[in-house]
Design a protein around this ligand. Structure first.
Ligand code: 1YM
Length: 647
């Protein structure tokens, strides 16, 4: 069967049986259109390969046969995944006459056919399995420990290079898969430990009891961590809340099943004003939410209102809204179902409506019961929601008075704003500039056709420590809100946004970093779509100017300064290179500012992304929140990265 090494099936002499031809066609299709099977061939697709293999091990754990999974990044960005399950079946399959192991690794979607119950739909985003990983690997090896023997099989780009054979004996069972992603298929084949680590931690939380060892064995980067949470998603909630002050000690946990579906929910309130809901369907993160979140939110609001009435905390017609009920809430929802339908822009939203009913029922029954049995917790939660309600009312009044004021005075745009001429937001940008003097230079230096400038000055409000009503009335934030034009919070409407590039321009020093972090916290908490859509940027001003004769170059770091200096000197060690340091934006004249930081042809911008809402929430809580000790620790640990930590 070594003919299968060939890429082109027409070049081999061996006569193919129908099933073999299918095999070749199947995996060729994966190599022709890898994006269709793993989402993309960028870094996300590369990491997806690991998730596909790990998913098979997780399925084995869910089936109750495996409790230890090891994921290693080896030298050369080779991945090894090992589990202690039953081992992939090695017996000859009746339909194909081939070992099941071979079929699993060479036939598209083979996994599902052998499913045998459980929640075998888990799969990653596309649920395509081992054969896809095999097709996209330069080489892949599987070793199965089963029946006292070690069975081994090898592949290259999906083709068999070594038939299954016994290579030794063993005293345990399990599966080991080692693969090297094919550089012909991926833009970049370097793995990011943190990305894999985060996903494995998530899987450990979602699959209580499974022990996952994540290790980086690449020389010079060695690190490892074992993740094992007997408490499952309860511990996930504790983890998210670790730097917050909980309102009640115990994490509330609820679960229930119906037909082939199951739902579990863990929640705990803290004294912040933020809502963190993290949801999963079949262990796949659903950042866009969906039916499970809808069912949860509806039930939470109903239960809290009913309990408030019953406990005589809500009087007469008093009600708390859904948002009131979720202020300070941290919640993890995990559902498992047989045929998950993923919808939405990024296929990250759960569409099965029966799950809404299930989650609604579980929360309605179990939460009510919990509150009855724990009246002190019930009272604390209700009081928090009622307080949120009063603050929201105050915020609404503040907003209305601003609207009235604007209507009366006619001038809706802030006085300090130097607006641009272009009206199409897709073409315009606004620079939010720290300090009046930098603001002045920016106004002179800009291209007023499409660049607007808004200078900020003085002490900025820390929104992490303030309630919504304070934010609406704040005189430092108000100009930002009106200049952007899209409103705030649940009323934020990005169709009204006046600029699609919102560029924060602050100095490269600690003060600048502080202002940047305050503004980002504000955008993150109150104008979240701005960040989700990728509209927020940080300008990157240069630190040094280097001149030799008529040549001038800019450097954005000390390393770059040294590199450019060497380049300018060239072969002439005595050449004089003049190096000057930019002290701050305020000291640049209009020309310099345009050339270095504002000219779209030459400037550097960093787009602010929040791929990981849990991480972002953690960082903002830490940097801007009430607890001093974790913040000090974080800053000490990350002192070196401190200036850049918000990216
Ligand atoms: C490191 C990756 O793939 N483990 C794994 C996979 C399977 C089994 C056990 C397994 C499943 C079943 C029965 C079953 C798979 N088997 C198949 C198939 N780890 C890893 N561990 N016996 C063993 O589902 O009935 C696909 S995956 F299809 F062959 F059964």
């Amino acid at each position: 069967m070594s003919e299968q090494k060939e890429h082109n099936p027409t070049m081999v002499e061996h006569e193919y049986s129908a099933s073999e031809i299918q095999v070749l066609e199947g995996l060729e299709a994966v190599r022709k259109r890898p994006g269709m099977y793993i989402g993309s061939t960028s870094s996300s697709g590369l990491h997806h390969l690991v998730y596909e293999i790990v998913d098979n091990a997780i399925d084995e754990a869910l089936a109750g046969y495996c409790d230890q999974i090891t994921v290693e990044i080896l030298e050369g960005d080779v991945i090894r995944v090992t589990d202690n399950g039953r081992g992939i079946p090695v017996d000859i399959q009746a339909q194909t006459g081939r070992p099941a192991l071979e079929v699993v690794y060479t036939v598209l979607h083979a996994g599902g056919k052998f499913g045998g119950g459980g929640y075998k739909v888990s799969g990653g985003l596309h649920g395509v399995g081992a054969s896809v990983v095999n097709a996209l690997s330069e080489w892949l090896e599987v070793r199965v420990h089963k029946n006292g023997q070690i069975y081994e099989m090898k592949f290259s780009r999906g083709n068999i290079t070594q038939e299954m054979k016994i290579i030794g004996t063993t005293d345990h069972t399990g599966t080991e898969v080692v693969f090297k992603p094919d550089p012909q298929m991926f833009e970049d084949t370097v793995y990011d430990y943190d990305t894999l680590h985060k996903r494995m931690r998530e899987q450990a939380f979602l699959n209580a009891g499974v022990r996952i060892l994540m290790a980086d064995r690449r020389p010079g980067q060695e690190q490892e961590e074992t993740m094992h949470y007997e408490g499952g998603i309860r511990e996930f909630v504790t983890f998210i809340n670790k730097n917050k002050t909980p309102l009640h000690e115990q994490v509330i946990y609820m679960s229930g099943t119906r037909d082939d579906s199951m739902a579990e929910i863990a929640l705990q309130y803290n004294d912040s004003y933020n809502e963190v809901i993290v949801s999963f369907a079949n262990n796949v993160h659903t950042p866009e939410g969906g039916m499970h979140e809808e069912g949860f939110k509806r039930a939470l609001t109903n239960v809290l209102n009913a309990y408030g009435k019953k406990a005589n905390l809500l009087k007469g017609d008093d009600k708390v809204s859904g948002e009131d009920c979720r202020e300070g809430l941290t919640c993890v929802i995990s559902v498992k179902l047989t045929e998950a339908q993923f919808e939405g822009q990024t296929k990250a939203k759960l569409g099965n409506s029966e799950i809404r009913t299930l989650v609604n029922n579980v929360v309605s029954d179990k939460l009510e019961q919990f509150l009855e049995e724990n009246p002190a917790v019930g009272k604390a939660i209700l009081e928090k929601a009622m307080m949120a309600n009063r603050a929201r009312e105050a915020a609404r009044r503040a907003r209305e008075s601003i609207r009235r004021k604007n209507a009366l005075e006619g001038a809706t745009l802030p006085g300090k704003l130097a607006d641009c001429n272009e009206r199409d937001p897709a073409l315009t940008e606004i620079y939010i500039v720290e300090g009046d003097s930098a603001g002045g230079s920016a106004k002179q230096g800009r291209d007023s056709r499409f660049q607007a400038i808004l200078p900020l000055w003085g002490k900025m409000l820390n929104v992490e420590k303030a309630r919504a009503d304070k934010v609406y009335g704040n005189d430092k934030l108000q100009p930002v809100i009106t200049a952007l034009g899209a409103g705030l919070g649940d009323e934020f409407d990005d169709s009204k946004l006046r600029y699609h590039k919102v560029i924060i321009m602050a100095d490269a020093d600690v003060d600048g970093s502080h202002i940047r972090t305050l503004l980002l916290t504000f955008f993150f908490r109150f104008m979240r779509p701005l960040i989700d859509r990728g509209y927020v940027y940080a300008a990157v001003p240069p630190l040094f100017k280097l001149t030799r004769g008529k040549t001038t170059r800019l450097a954005f770091s000390e390393e770059e300064r040294d590199k450019i200096s060497a380049e300018l000197r060239g072969d002439n060690p005595n050449a004089k290179v003049d190096i000057s340091r930019f002290k701050g934006l305020g000291e640049m004249d209009a020309h310099e500012l345009w050339d270095t930081t504002m000219n779209p042809e030459t400037r550097t911008l960093k787009r602010i992304t929040m791929e990981d809402a849990v991480k972002a929430d953690e960082i903002f809580t830490l940097l801007m929140g009430e607890k001093v000790e974790p913040r000090r620790e974080y800053i000490e640990r990350n002192a070196f990265k401190a200036v850049n930590l918000d990216y």
